[in-house]
Each structure stands twice: as structure tokens, then as C-alpha cells.
Write a protein of this length. Structure first.
Length: 114
């Protein structure tokens, strides 16, 4: 935890490769101080076929899933930091966004917990 899942148009990878993008999002997430660095997970899903507002327009959307317990202000800060970094990396991409969802501690389970 946390998970940063980046959905994007495949054209995004023409500007920067996947490893660089993953590294940059990891660095931003770590810089917020909200997570242990070893827990940060980042993945990219590039799409060849997509529609944005019924148009074929490049996009980046980060779906972030974190364990409950952070304040709304902390989550907003995290979103703003990630989106700011993505805008700096991809100034020509018109649609860049992020949302944060909470995992419930009561229903979360992983291998180490069994």
C-alpha cells in the first residue's frame, strides 16, 4: 500500500518511458511523507483504444488506493503533488487527473496477514 495505477493513452509513452514515469510518481509519493517508501507501488496501463469526451485526446489518470486514516487535506495534497509533476512532465497532455480512494482496514487482507 499505497497503489498508484496510471491509466494513459499509449502516446504518453512517446515522451517518457514507463520506468521513468514510475520512478517520478514514486518520488513524488515518497516526498509527501504519507507512506513508507517500501510500500509505494506504481503501475502503468497504456491504452491504444480510448475515448475522452467522445474524442481521441491523450490523457493520464492516476487511480490511487491507500489505507484509510489520512485526512482529506492530506489526500488533496497528494493529488495536487502528483498532478503537478505530471503536468510538468507532459505539458501538452490536455487531460491529467488523479483521485484517491481509501481501503478499509477491516476488510483489507494480504498474504502476510494469513
Amino acid at each position: 500500500m499505497p497503489h498508484f495505477v496510471i491509466d494513459c493513452s499509449a502516446n504518453v509513452l512517446k515522451s517518457h518511458d514507463e520506468e521513468f514515469i514510475i520512478e517520478q510518481i514514486h518520488l513524488v509519493a515518497n516526498s509527501t511523507g504519507l507512506f513508507d517508501e517500501g510500500d509505494i507501488k506504481v503501475r502503468i496501463n497504456p491504452f491504444q483504444k480510448y475515448s475522452v469526451g467522445n474524442k481521441r485526446e491523450d490523457f493520464i489518470h492516476v487511480f490511487t488506493h491507500i489505507m484509510q486514516g489520512r485526512t482529506t487535506e492530506q489526500k488533496a495534497y497528494l493529488s495536487k503533488q502528483v498532478v503537478t509533476k505530471l503536468i510538468a512532465l507532459f505539458p501538452d497532455i490536455p487531460s491529467i487527473a488523479m483521485n484517491v480512494s481509501d481501503f478499509e482496514k477491516a476488510t483489507y487482507c494480504n498474504r502476510a496477514m494469513l
